[in-house]
Structures are given as C-alpha cells and as structure tokens.
Design a protein around this ligand. Structure first.
Ligand code: AP5
Ligand code: ZN
Length: 212
C-alpha cells in the first residue's frame, strides 16, 4: 500500500512509520531523515534565505520546495509501497504529490499542541538504527543505550524547546491546511494520537489493513 501519514511535529509519525514498514513490508520515505542526511548540501544556486537545508531546519523553518520535491520524487519512484512521513507540508507540495503518485490511505495522528513540546524535548534517537525513545514515556532499559541494537542515543538539534515551538507554529500555519484539504476530500482517517504507542498502532494497522 501507499500510505500518507500526517501529524504535527512530535505526533508520533516516525514511531508508527517504523511499525508500518515492518508489518506491511513497505519503504519509509521521510523528508526529515533525508534532509538530516543532507544538512550541508549546497543550495546557494536557488538564491534564497539560506544556503543549506540545515540552516532552515535548525531555525524550525521549512526547507524550500524544489529541494524537498526532488527528494520525494526519487524516493517514491524507487519504492514498491511506502509510508510517506513529513511531506507534504504546504499547498504546493500537496499539488506536487498529487501529480506524481496515487495514495491508498491518508492517516492523521491527532495530538493537542500542549502535549507536543514535551514529546519533542524528551525524544532521544539511536544514532545507529534510528529507533526513537522518550526519556519519560518510552525510556530504553539502560539510559542512553538503544534496546534494539546497543547504539548510543542522541538528541536532535531541532528538539530544543525554542525550535520545537517554532516548528509547531510553522506546522499550524502551513501544514494544518494540508490536513483540512484531505479531510474535505473525504479520505482522511483521523486517529487519536494521545493514546499509548501500542493503542495508536492498533488503530493505524487496522486502518491500513482495511484499505490495502
Ligand atoms: P521532520 O523530521 O519531518 O520532523 P517533524 O515533522 O517535526 O516530526 P518529528 O520527527 O519531530 O515527529 P514525529 O511525529 O515523527 O514524532 P516521533 O514518532 O518521533 O522535519 C524536521 C525539519 O525538516 C522540519 O522542521 C523542516 O525544516 C524540514 N522538513 C522536513 N520535511 C519537510 C518538507 N516536506 N518541506 C520542507 N521542510 C521539511 O515521536 C516524538 C516523541 O514522542 C518520541 O520521543 C516518541 O518516543 C514519543 N511518542 C511517540 N508516540 C507516543 C505516544 N503515543 N505517547 C507518548 N509518547 C509518544
Ligand atoms: Zn538502535
């Protein structure tokens, strides 16, 4: 299946995407991870505010559409079934996505704003396998060490309180309209993202299985 997973920063998109890839044997296409792997890429030829993706990311702003659209097009071309996470984030990305692929399921993880900041500032990520933990809600057995692979855990540079709040503002302004667009089209499956990760997963898995 081709799955689109929408939700605010910290809503649990990465957490649920990992499970979807395992359950359905599909690719995880995430613009956030792709951009984190290319933070220093030279985009000065676009002649915009900053010269690298990383400068946008560390400010909590959106990376310019031409950079992100290119990444998504290539990744979706290469995938036989995917869960797309972190894209589209504005109207123009939504139109671009419509022009390059067909979606089977659009899921929205609904989490209130005041819950998001705490999730983001407490997040820790494995530097080897990308598994995600939370210091309070989902701690690893041994502090700072990945349960899955033994790798070291780190904090993302954009998970400071200040940048997290800015990301949520940018989301409200640019990406909430994307959610509304799919809701008005009648294809949005809304999931209560404030349940435990396992409860959210039950809803996510059922929604995809029904439509795959
Ligand atoms: P990106 O990497 O896409 O970040 P994001 O959308 O802000 O989402 P996150 O990864 O922060 O959150 P998540 O929903 O995956 O949450 P997670 O599962 O980890 O984007 C980063 C930046 O890249 C952007 O700011 C922008 O600059 C740029 N960018 C990316 N895509 C772009 C695009 N299309 N266009 C332009 N720019 C783009 O969960 C969070 C925490 O909560 C974890 O610690 C987890 O353990 C915990 N948790 C998860 N589920 C639960 C639960 N049910 N209960 C309690 N805790 C939970
Ligand atoms: Zn790991």
């Amino acid at each position: 299946p081709n799955v689109l997973l929408l939700g605010a920063p910290g809503a649990g998109k990465g957490t649920q995407s990992r499970r979807l890839t395992e359950e359905f044997g599909i690719e995880h296409v995430t613009t956030g991870d792709a951009l984190r792997g290319n933070k220093e890429m030279d985009i000065s030829h676009l002649d915009l505010e900053y010269d690298t993706p990383g400068e946008y990311m560390d400010a909590g702003e959106l990376v310019p559409d031409p950079v992100v659209n290119e990444i998504v097009k290539k990744a979706l071309n290469d995938a036989d079934g995917y869960v797309l996470d972190g894209y589209p984030r504005n109207e123009s990305q939504t139109e671009y996505l419509d022009s390059i692929t067909d979606l089977d399921v659009v899921l929205y993880l609904d989490v209130a704003d005041d819950e998001l900041v705490g999730r983001l500032t407490g997040r820790r990520v494995c530097e080897d396998c990308g598994a995600t933990y939370h210091v309070d809600f989902d701690p690893p057995a041994e502090a700072g060490v990945c349960d899955d692979c033994g790798g070291d855990l780190y904090q993302r540079e954009d998970d400071t309180e200040e940048t997290a709040r800015e990301r949520i503002n940018v989301y409200e302004e640019n990406t909430q309209p994307v959610v509304d667009y799919f809701r008005e089209k009648g294809v949005l499956v809304e999931i209560d993202g404030e349940q435990t990760p396992d409860e959210v997963w039950d809803d996510v898995r059922d929604a995809v299985a029904e439509r795959a």
